[in-house]
Design a protein around this ligand. Structure first.
Ligand code: ZN
Length: 386
């Protein structure tokens, strides 16, 4: 006996001739259709198109076995091929129940996000109490991804026209830091698929796919942006936030160098992710050299790594890793011999990031710190801070 279920036929038309025709189309025995479609329409002297249209118009075929697991409605088949492809299925949910369930899930997700937003708003700080670094980060994020009316922050994955920070990996850290510190919260209007509920109904968000809302006490939208900008550009902001601003500049200098190194190695098709050792080495170099000078040394180190690979006998990975040692040797030689390291110009492929523009050009009034004008080195910038 076949696994396939039988059919219950419902007729829309009371005409016995039409009913008989529909029955011939749908008659199934042992899971197989008794007659071929071609035989029926030829018998009747009509075209295949006319015949299938007639069957569709005048009859409905329901499964005698398979029912919606939620509401019990039997599975309905539109055509014979629909029956053949779906009749083996035992677990079935009808379209209406699927839509209802999807809607309920979306509501549950939204509810979790509304609760989280309310918690965040209840603990929101006024602008004056925000960490100066968070003020700079939020300023940059609003500038980078703020919606047209500044009502919300667009999903990170949808903004691709410029850079938020010098290094893409760090963009996520910036957003995460604002989120973890309650400066932004996930917007409940975010697209449903960017949020998942676990078995305990806790919401997990796809970090780069959700929209964000700033959670600052007393202001939102354009007003918040205007107040934030005024707050950051107040003369007292630099005085009060000298330490965090200096740390932010140091961080950006490091990121500029790492982004440059990544790009330089990519040009030689040597993929590389900077580890702690590289970071530490670049930080040390930045105590002596400007960003633009460090980029020069990194460029040479990348070129050496490429030459090392081309001599043969080593893997790309091994060659890429040799960049750290080369960089260290070049740096030590430059210092010991008091070489004048020519500053590099900013590479066209690495345009100045939004955060860098805001901090150097708007806040500190220096042009593209570390790059434009070799006299603007980071120690100078730091010295400019009272
Ligand atoms: Zn159902």
């Amino acid at each position: 006996m076949s696994e396939k279920p039988g059919l219950h036929i419902e007729y829309v038309d009371a005409d016995p001739v039409t009913q008989a025709l529909c029955l011939r189309y749908w008659r199934v025995e042992g899971g197989r259709f008794v007659e071929t479609v071609a035989r029926i329409y030829r018998d009747e002297g009509i075209s295949q198109t006319e015949f299938t249209a007639l069957v569709k118009r005048h009859s409905r075929a329901w499964s005698t076995l398979i029912k919606c697991t939620r509401c019990g409605e039997p599975m309905q088949f539109a055509t014979r091929s629909d029956y053949i492809s779906r009749a083996e299925r035992r677990v079935f949910q009808c379209a209406a129940c699927t839509a209802t369930e999807r809607e309920q899930l979306a509501c549950a997700k939204r509810l979790r996000l509304v609760e989280a937003l309310e918690r965040s708003m209840a603990q929101a700080k006024p602008l004056a109490q925000l960490d100066p670094r968070h003020c700079l980060y939020l300023w940059a994020l609003l500038k980078y991804a703020g919606s047209e009316d500044l009502a919300y922050i667009r999903p990170y994955c949808q903004v691709r026209h410029e850079r938020l920070t010098p290094l893409r990996d760090f963009d996520r850290d910036l957003i995460n830091e604002l989120w973890r510190n309650g400066v932004i919260a996930v917007d409940p209007e975010s697209i449903c698929t960017a949020i998942e509920l676990d078995s305990q109904q806790n919401a997990r968000v796809h970090f780069t796919g959700v929209r964000w809302l700033p959670t600052v006490q007393g202001a939102s939208g354009v007003l918040l942006y205007e107040r934030l900008e005024a707050h950051v550009l107040e003369p007292g902001f630099i005085t009060a936030g000298a330490g965090p601003i200096k740390a932010c500049c140091d961080q950006m200098a490091l990121l500029e160098c790492l982004a440059f190194l990544e790009m330089a190695l990519e040009e030689y098709r040597l993929g590389y992710r900077a580890g702690e050792k590289t970071r530490a080495m670049v930080v040390t170099a930045l105590k002596v050299f400007s960003v633009a000078q460090v980029c020069n040394i990194l460029f040479r180190a990348a070129r050496d790594a490429a030459a090392f690979y081309q001599r043969g006998g080593v893997s790309r990975d091994h060659a890429a890793k040799s960049v750290v040692g080369s960089f260290e040797r070049l740096m030590e030689k430059s210092v010991a011999n008091e070489w004048v390291v020519t500053p590099f110009r900013r590479n066209f492929n690495l345009p100045q990031s939004v955060l860098s523009r805001l901090v150097y050009n708007r806040l500190l009034g220096t042009d593209d710190g570390g790059f434009t004008g070799c006299h603007v080195t980071l120690p100078d910038c730091a010295a400019a801070l009272p």
